[in-house]
Design a protein around this ligand. Structure first.
Ligand SMILES: [Zn+2]
Length: 298
């Protein structure tokens, strides 16, 4: 055994897989672990050339051994059917394919485990795009690349770890225009097709290009937009972004109006339930008649 168990196992199962490997599976009770608190958030854009692009610009590539072994696997699989059924040679080749399959799965799972653990340690909120993986896998060209990359497994692992460590896991609709929207100004003017690698924002002039050497600002733009669906920034002049102004104004309001908490509480509950009606909030917050003015909006 290569690792000490933290507790006595309550059950033990021995499993043999198709590659003739033996696994011992224990059930051990453990105490829930905790991670240090953080308020960091990240949006993640999953891609084929770069596995993941984070909204802070970090790029995560899939490991090279995975790609190398996939080429080897294709070669092995081509040779396998050219053997006589029931022959020793056929069994040898079957085992060779199964062993390589198992190896690839291990490399991929190891990579996805490390990545998801790392992300859950660093971020309190993780936002992914709810990709229609099964729909995409029907597209034969994309199918192999996607299933090899393990997007679905990545999502499953990340979600499970978020739950385990009380982090926030969020997904956004795949219909959100995350690649068309300019993350600099919020203007929706980019192209939709996957093959459009470069576009310039017609509103602010920012170039969202592919920059092949670094992996692509275009993906970072999408990652920023994925995060902003959940956490809109006030600087972006869009209708969705205005909703966020409410809590900011409320805290200003509280500081100014100390000592009149009872009136304020009523006002707050009014304003919370109708965040769109606070357009003049800043202006009235310094005057005592503010509550009367606010009621005019209800
Ligand atoms: Zn722009």
């Amino acid at each position: 055994m290569s690792r000490e168990l933290s507790n006595k196992p309550t059950s033990l199962t021995i499993i043999k897989d198709s590659a003739n490997r033996y696994f011992a599976s224990f059930v051990v009770e453990t105490n829930p672990e905790t991670l240090p608190k953080t308020s960091n958030s990240t949006g993640i854009d999953l891609g084929i050339s770069t596995f993941a692009t984070l909204s802070n610009g970090d790029k995560i590539e899939a490991p090279k051994p995975l790609k190398q072994n996939l080429k080897k696997l294709a070669k092995f699989q081509r040779k396998f059917p050219r053997t006589e059924k029931g022959s020793k040679r056929r069994e040898r080749r079957r085992l060779r394919v199964a062993k390589l399959h198992a190896k690839i799965k291990d490399i991929r799972t190891d990579f996805l485990h490390k990545l998801s653990t790392d992300l859950v340690k660093k971020y309190n909120t993780i936002v992914l795009e709810d990709l229609n993986v099964s729909g995409m896998v029907k597209n034969r060209k994309l199918a192999k690349a996607i299933s090899d990359l393990g997007w679905r497994q990545f999502r499953t692992l990340t979600e499970a770890k978020c739950e385990k460590y009380a982090r926030e896991f969020r997904t956004i609709s795949r219909w959100e225009p995350t690649s068309q929207k300019c993350s600099n100004c919020g203007f929706k003017g980019g192209k939709k097709e996957l093959n459009v690698r470069e576009w310039t924002c017609l509103n602010c002039g920012t170039l969202h290009d592919s920059l092949r050497l670094t992996g692509g600002y275009r993906d970072i733009n999408a990652a920023i937009n994925i995060l902003e669906v959940i956490q809109p920034k006030t600087k972006v002049e869009t209708t969705e972004a205005k909703v966020i102004e409410t809590p900011v104004q409320l805290s200003l309001f509280n500081e100014v109006a100390e000592g009149r908490s009872e009136t304020i509480k009523r006002t707050q509950s009014h304003r919370k339930s109708s965040p769109k009606k606070d357009a003049n909030g800043n202006d009235v917050s310094t005057r005592p008649e503010s509550t009367i003015q606010l009621r005019l909006f209800d």
